[in-house]
Design a protein around this ligand. Structure first.
Ligand code: ADP
Ligand code: MG
Length: 269
């Protein structure tokens, strides 16, 4: 799974009541690539366009300009040829599941859509165990589970089709800190077991730095920095440096901090 995001632009109409009040340019020429088996973090403030970029990659929204190429063909063609090959875990686990569905039906849905209809019960029990849940949960409903348990169900659903590529859009942001680290561990384990490629979207740099090999900083519609997570201290862009300063002196990565301490730290929201 090799993905190239090429020169992607995306704008929305600004809300202006009765009057058209122009365009909001969210993505202004995004370029990057993700190699097979890599875990890439995408960091940026709230409203910087991370989810918009994720939706464009997932084919849920069309870019105004530019393209997403997977294994040499357009992402839409790749997705038709590889049913279930790409999946997503959203931040809001409550609204991303149907409250009237049992856990079994929630996980079964994408499997059936991808044409996998045999031995569903056994396969779903195995998936629950893979994400650290007892298989006895299979007949429960979403409201009977905790937030962390429900997000594990969403992860089970996302991996049920054996995807090559998984987008995790703020997948741990709504969870308690202790649950966040458990889910990060699970994601780390699954990535290696299933040889998946991740795009891990977050506004919290610390969460990303431990899981990801590389980090992209999205600011004002552009990728302003693209660094290996053990080389974050080499950031030269002002925005990336300020963001790093706000979580340093933890000094993520192997290198010593060599950041410009005169820049004010950013408010991380
Ligand atoms: P992030 O995920 O980084 O918080 P988003 O991609 O959700 O950012 O949003 C980026 C900007 O685009 C925000 O200003 C948001 O209000 C705007 N936006 C996102 N989706 C839409 C939409 N469907 N229609 C209009 N504006 C949108
Ligand atoms: Mg978002």
């Amino acid at each position: 799974m090799f993905m190239q995001v090429e020169n992607v632009y995306k704008s929305y109409n600004k809300e202006g009541g009765f009057f058209y009040s122009g365009k909001l340019d969210v993505l202004k020429g995004i370029d990057f690539s993700i190699k097979e088996g890599e875990c890439v973090g995408l960091i940026g403030e709230s409203g910087s366009g991370k989810s918009t970029l994720s939706r464009v990659i997932l084919g849920l929204e069309k870019p105004k300009q530019g393209s997403v190429i997977i294994e040499g063909i357009s992402a839409s063609k790749w997705m038709k040829e590889n049913r279930g090959g790409m999946s997503v875990v959203f931040q809001d686990y409550t609204s991303s599941v149907n409250p009237f569905f049992t856990i079994k039906n929630i996980i079964a849905e994408p499997m059936i859509m991808a044409g996998d209809k045999k031995n569903l019960h056994e396969k779903i029990c195995a998936l629950l165990e893979k994400v650290g849940l007892p298989s006895t949960m299979i007949n429960k409903y979403p409201h009977e589970l905790s937030g962390g348990q429900l997000q594990r169900v969403c992860i089970a659903r996302a991996i049920s089709t054996h995807p090559k590529f998984v987008v995790l859009d703020e997948a741990i942001s709504s969870l308690d800190v202790s649950v966040q680290s458990q889910i990060l561990e699970l994601l780390h384990k699954l990535k290696h077991e299933m040889n998946m490629t991740y795009l891990f979207v977050a506004h919290d740099l610390q969460a990303v730095a431990n899981l990801c090999d590389r980090i992209l900083f999205l600011h004002k519609g552009k990728i302003v920095e693209d660094l290996a997570s053990d080389e974050l201290a080499l950031a030269t862009n002002d925005y990336a440096q300020r963001l790093l300063n706000s979580v340093m002196p933890l000094c993520i990565g192997k290198n010593k901090c060599n950041l410009n301490k005169n820049l004010p730290p950013l408010q991380v929201v």
